[in-house]
Design a protein around this ligand. Structure first.
Ligand SMILES: C[S@@+](CC[C@H](N)C(=O)[O-])C[C@H]1O[C@@H](n2cnc3c(N)ncnc32)[C@H](O)[C@@H]1O
Length: 188
């Protein structure tokens, strides 16, 4: 009897330890790029997400062959609804975090026009993009702004959620109530 309860205690301990290890590994791989590059995988959401998607949809409507990029694409939250709506355009997500990258690849299987790359966006060629989404902390935006300003195609648009591109005046600042619900539109 005593041996049996000892064995069940050991088994219980092993199960709890395994759950803990799996959770820690999952959290690490989900946020690892966030820790390294100081922008966690928090998706755009609510009225800002809806308003940005509506704006970009208006731009894409009646056009052909445009390229939309999301630098730090997270879970594919911005690109996938657009990919579904606009099969004639190409949607490219660049994401460093393993878990968000894998989830967005799985979600993108339904769409021939959406691709995700596990890459550091500082090494990405952004010169072909017609629209660039950015939702990154100020510290990351400080480093990425120069790249956008010097490498973005002439006439391309950038939509920066909450944190502006530094060193460039936005064409429009859209405030939906507070600084937490603000996005910036740039034309290069
Ligand atoms: C705040 S989330 C934004 C997700 C998505 N763009 C959206 O608006 O829903 C920022 C994402 O950028 C990714 N990221 C941060 N630095 C990166 C880098 N240097 N290269 C690629 N991805 C990066 C993070 O892993 C995170 O998923």
């Amino acid at each position: 009897m005593e041996i049996l309860s000892f064995i069940s205690l050991v088994v219980l301990f092993i199960i709890i330890a395994a759950i803990l290890i799996v959770s820690i590994v999952f959290i690490y791989f989900t946020v690892s790029s966030g820790f390294m590059h100081s922008s966690p995988p928090v998706p755009s959401c609510g009225k800002v997400k809806d308003a940005m998607l509506k704006d970009v949809a208006e731009y894409l409507r009646d056009k052909e062959g445009k390229i939309v990029m999301d630098l730090g694409s997270g879970w594919g939250t911005l690109l996938l609804p657009l990919a579904k709506q606009f099969p004639q355009h190409t949607f490219i997500g660049i994401e460093y975090g393993r878990i968000p990258y894998m989830v967005s690849c799985l979600r993108a299987k339904k769409y021939k026009n959406a691709r995700f790359y596990r890459q550091n966006f500082f090494d990405t060629d952004i010169s072909q993009a017609d629209v660039i989404f950015l939702f990154l902390l100020n510290s990351t935006m400080a480093k990425l702004s120069n790249k956008c300003i010097s490498e973005a195609k002439k006439g391309a648009y950038a939509y920066a959620n909450r944190f502006p591109i530094q060193g460039k005046e936005p064409q429009k600042e859209v405030s939906l109530g507070s600084k937490y619900y603000t996005y910036y539109i740039y034309k290069f």
